[in-house]
Every structure is written in C-alpha cells, then in structure tokens.
Write a protein that binds this ligand. Structure first.
Ligand SMILES: O=C(O)CCC(=O)C(=O)O
Ligand SMILES: [Fe+2]
Length: 334
C-alpha cells in the first residue's frame, strides 16, 4: 500500500466514543503464564488459578516457556515480513479466490460497506493436513514452508497444553475441551502486515471484532505495538513481550465455558512511522461438533447462557455481516 498524506474514505473509521484512534490508551493488565509449570501436575495449582482468573477477566494471557526459542520466533517474524516485501505480482500468485478463505489478500473485505483495514494478509490452513493448500504456501522466502510446518507442529502441542489447563482450571477432566472440539479441529494461520499509515488517528489496521475461534495464539511484532482489547467500554493496549505468545479466548471457548472465559473484542491500530507484523493462529473446533456450555458449569446460580451452535464460522460470518457481535446471537434470551 502506498504511503500518501490523504487516505481513501473507505479506510476512515471513527471511534464510538469520539476519541482519535491513536489516543494513548492505558496498558492492560495481562498475566504471564508459564506453560512449563502448567505441564507438570504438581505445583501447577497456582498457575491454573492464574489462568482461570486471566481468562475470566481479560480473556487472554501471555504464554512463556512454550517450547519455542526467541531465535525461532524472530525467524518467524522475519520470514513474515520478507513475504510481504515481495513484489506485488509475486504475492498475487497466492491470491485468495472469491469462494475461499485461504490465500493472500490486500485487506479484509467481507462486504462492500465495511470499512477496510490497513493491512495485507495471508491466510493458510495448517491443520488437518488435507485442508492445507500447499500451492498457496509461498515458495519465497525459501524457508517459508519448512518454518511454517515447524511452527504448526509447535502450536499444536501448545494448544493441547493450554486446552487441558483451561479444563483443569475449571475443575473439569483434562480432555473436556479437546473432546468437545474434536480430534480433527482445524488450525489456520493468518499472517498480517500493517504498513505505516499517514492517519493513525482515523484508520485502523483491523476493525473491532472478537474471534470466532475457540482460542487464538498471536505472535506479535517485537517493536511495534498495535493490538488493543476492549474491556468495560474502554480500550487498552496489549503490551509486547518478545518471547511470549499472546493467547486469547474466542467465542467458542466462551460458549463452552458458559461465559466464565471471556472472548473480548479487540482491534489493531496503525502507526505513522513503523509497520507492524503479526502471526495469528486460530484453533477452530470441527464444524459438525455441537458446541454448548459444559453441563458441569450450569446450575441454578449459573444458568445456561448460550444455545447449542454448530459450524460457528458460518454462523459468525452471517451475523458479522449484519454488523452484530455474533456471540450475542448465540445467547439464550432471559
Ligand atoms: O494483529 C494482531 O495482533 C491481531 C489480529 C487479530 O485480532 C485477528 O487476526 O483476529
Ligand atoms: Fe482477532
């Protein structure tokens, strides 16, 4: 995207509270959780309590000791930036087709009227294997395919540890989330680049949304902040911890946990001088699994908050296009 002093109208976005988008919002309180401690059964009670409390308030945490070295994470960041630095015609070889979610796109467009985000993305399924369209996996930079493969394997292991710990933290059997979501749950990687933008006060990198996943794992840029979460009607900046993965609750884990874990709205702001990258991995339950609040978490003091849903990505898209928060449509009316 070319840098210019005026930006096209379709990118202009006003904050609901009238604040400029680049207002210096406060930094959120985000727990740092040691996955190594969660993995060991002794000693993990405090860490589980921390996890439960983090997911029940801010809906996210920073995971450290996840089994990937800082050098490996830096390599992922570098490879992501190198891909987006390729000439446009090379990136367009991987362009997203209209009826597909996988591939390269220049901005997030779901419908004509929607304001565009100041970003380029590359969306690739990474699990299960038969959903991967290897022809869309860039051949340049040369290490792209092998390093993404390695990253996928690591993220599968991490996801399993996190979902088990989430279950334990709710005093449920370890496999409660994994069983509900299915062995063939999907993982998709979304590579984002947010180029410098001349009007960070008026243009967003990504508009406010909550994720339709069960959980999302984000590798953030090391030197450029941008991600913000909305809590109690106020935006907060997510800090960057270079060696950590930021893991957040998506709508489906909020539903399964009967609202104990929170899927918060978030957005990405732009920066006038620096570009920002992120690598986001969505963990998405099998489409034909019925997702509903675990019955162990429903009682008189905590009635069932959500209906049963199936194929949430489709449900999500349908409601998102109407400009509503999809999870609202899954709520049981009281
Ligand atoms: O770029 C980021 O840090 C987050 C992007 C995001 O929220 C998403 O892709 O769903
Ligand atoms: Fe998101």
């Amino acid at each position: 995207m070319e840098l210019q002093s005026e930006v096209p109208e379709k990118y202009i976005k006003k904050d609901k509270n009238g604040e400029p988008l680049d207002h210096p919002f406060p930094v959120m309180e985000i727990s740092v959780i040691d996955l190594g401690v969660l993995r060991t059964s002794s000693n993990s009670r405090d860490e589980l309590e921390k996890l439960r409390s983090a997911l029940g308030s801010w809906g996210c945490f920073q995971a450290i000791n996840h089994g990937m070295t800082p050098e490996f994470l830096d390599k992922m960041r570098e490879v992501t930036k190198e891909f987006f630095e390729l000439p446009m015609e090379q990136k367009q070889k991987y362009s997203k087709e209209n009826n597909d979610f996988q591939g390269y796109s220049n901005f997030l467009v779901l419908s004509e009227q929607q304001k565009l985000g100041w970003s380029e993305n590359l969306y690739l399924a990474i699990k299960p294997e038969e959903q991967c369209k290897l022809e869309l996996w860039p051949e340049k930079p040369e290490v792209f395919r092998s390093i993404l493969h390695e990253y996928s394997i690591k993220l599968q292991l991490i996801t399993e540890v996190v979902l088990k710990a989430m279950a334990s933290s709710l005093n449920l059997g370890d496999d409660r989330f994994l069983d509900q979501y299915g062995e063939r749950a999907k993982m998709s990687a979304k590579f984002n680049i947010y180029p410098p933008c001349p009007r960070p006060d008026m243009v967003l990198g990504m508009k406010p949304h909550a994720d339709g996943s069960a959980i999302t794992l984000i590798l953030q840029d090391k030197s450029t902040e941008g991600l913000q979460f909305l809590k109690d009607n106020q935006w907060f900046r997510a800090p960057v911890i270079p060696e950590a993965l930021l893991i957040n609750v998506g709508d489906q884990a909020e539903i399964s946990s009967n609202g104990i874990f929170k899927s918060l709205a978030h957005r990405v702001v732009t920066n006038s001088e620096k570009e920002r990258m992120s690598l986001v991995v969505f963990y998405i339950p099998e489409l034909d699994k019925e997702i509903e609040p675990f019955e162990e978490l429903v009682d008189e003091s905590r009635p069932k908050l959500y209906k049963k849903v199936k194929n949430y990505p489709e449900f999500y898209l349908r409601h998102y296009q109407l400009g509503k928060r999809p999870i609202e449509a899954a709520k049981i009316e009281t």
